[in-house]
Design a protein around this ligand. Structure first.
Ligand SMILES: [Zn+2]
Length: 456
């Protein structure tokens, strides 16, 4: 009686080994093609050569339409979804100086925070109050002064993303809280993990009923210098000059491209990045890299002729940075049309070496994705974390779908994030390519093994 059972086990383990071998081969073929062509990097270089893609700018829409042509030429089915986006411009001048005894001393590297109002044409001058702890605001007299938030990203966090999340309140809410206490303007320490002379922008906010005051970011180097000088001379002043401006909202688009599935074309596996960027650099990492990851993964699928039961959908979201308008419009449209997204993937952590994925779904789904770890280990991917996927795809909700974010190495991301350093020179072609290959391999496994909710 025992022999057939042993034979049965032997057959099963042979079949299991055969499937593992063929899966390893398929994944290897994805990486081979990706690394030998590095097509995503070539596209990223082309994208960055067109300039920054600030939401609401002609440049952002023109670059998107250019990429539609590229994608059309690959034979994917493309469409544009109209999206209304806010329009704000930095303007021609943004400068800051320390003023000691009425005399301009050192000029400080500064940039307006995204969405800030301008200073008067002649600039704005005031004494400074340094704030090193958000919770101690009430103990400070900010009336008529320039609030100087100098709260560094905590370097002891292993995840720079958490350090950023912990410090970002000064940028997001700094102007509101300072204005409530009578401040005339705010300057914040750039949210950067390193000390250099590049200021980092990013969105800030105002509150109805609270006076809108100018808000700027100083480079980390100059924030530290200002802090030291202020300790020596508490009467030190700052002069700030910014000519940024809001305009009426304008029309732009999300770009959608489909590769039809063979068995369940109505089920969508979405892979995405946000197409808009900040304007100081060219958004090579944020989020040109994620956008090209998404495009390259569809390209690799097509070129390798990889089977997929479901439709693979690329989305380039417009305007993540100024309030997620593209993602919100897409989620609304998805609901109205009753689209069935079974998996949604986003890459918005830069083009550095991929280290893993974050998975937002039921514990069972998370465990199923984690089971793939052995396939990815040879490629340096080992972090399979539960929770947190991406700002754009989160708009779709996670009740009936698996949301996944690519997790690149984060140690250098906040050196370049939202600054002039975020340009093509800061992207390594191999590291970027490894991200595209990782996404392709993951999509292949999830679709083949039906790792999705209500998708059978
Ligand atoms: Zn981003």
């Amino acid at each position: 009686m025992k022999k057939p059972l042993i034979l049965c086990f032997a057959l099963l383990s042979w079949a299991g080994q055969a499937q593992m071998d063929s899966t390893n081969e398929t994944i290897r073929s994805i990486y081979n093609l990706a690394l030998s062509e590095q097509q995503g990097y070539k596209w990223l270089a082309e994208l960055c050569s067109m300039g920054p893609r600030l939401s609401g700018s002609d440049q952002a829409t023109a670059s998107l339409l250019h990429f539609r042509k590229i994608i059309d030429s690959l034979g994917f089915e493309t469409s544009l979804q109209p999206v209304t986006v806010p329009k704000w411009e930095r303007g021609p001048q943004e400068r800051a100086w320390m003023i000691s005894q009425g005399i301009k001393s050192e000029e400080l590297a500064v940039c307006a925070l995204g969405g800030s109002v301008a200073t008067p044409d002649a600039g704005l001058e005031g004494e400074l109050v340094e704030i090193t702890n958000f919770n101690k605001l009430d103990s400070l007299d900010l009336k008529g002064k320039i609030a100087f938030y100098n709260i560094p990203m905590d370097p002891t966090f292993i995840s720079t993303g958490y350090a950023y999340g912990n410090a970002v309140k000064q940028r997001w809410a700094g102007a509101i809280e300072a204005s409530k206490r009578g401040a005339a303007a705010v300057v914040i320490r750039s949210l950067s993990s390193s000390v250099n002379k590049y200021p980092h922008t990013g969105s800030m906010s105002y509150e109805d009923g609270v006076t809108k005051i100018p808000a700027a970011a100083l480079s980390t180097y100059h924030a530290e210098l200002l802090s030291r000088e202020l300790a020596k001379n508490p009467a030190l002043k700052l002069k700030l000059n910014m000519a940024c401006q809001w305009y009426d909202s304008v029309e732009s688009y999300n770009l959608i491209a489909d590769l039809k599935g063979s068995e369940k074309p109505e089920q969508l596996i979405l892979v995405s990045g946000h197409f808009d960027s900040w304007d100081l650099g060219t958004g090579a990492h944020d989020d040109g890299a994620g956008s090209m990851h998404a495009l390259e993964s569809l390209y690799l699928y097509q070129k390798l002729g990889l089977a997929h039961k479901r439709t693979l959908r690329l989305v380039f979201y417009m305007n993540e940075e100024f309030g997620l308008s593209g993602a919100k419009a897409y989620a609304r449209m998805s609901k109205e049309k009753g689209l069935k997204h079974v998996i949604a993937i986003e890459s918005d952590g830069g083009g550095f070496s991929p280290r893993g994925f974050s998975i937002q779904s039921t514990p069972e789904m998370v465990a199923d994705v984690k089971n793939y770890r052995d396939y990815f280990e040879p490629y340096g991917i080992y972090q399979f974390a539960s929770g947190g996927s991406g700002a754009d795809i989160s708009q779709l909700g996670s009740d009936d779908k698996v949301l996944i974010g690519l997790r690149p190495d984060g140690h250098r991301y906040f050196e370049v994030h939202h600054s002039a350093l975020d340009n093509i020179n800061s992207v390594n072609a191999r590291e970027l390519t490894m991200g595209s290959a990782a996404l392709t391999a993951l999509m292949y496994l999830l679709d083949r093994d039906d790792i999705c909710l209500n998708c059978n």
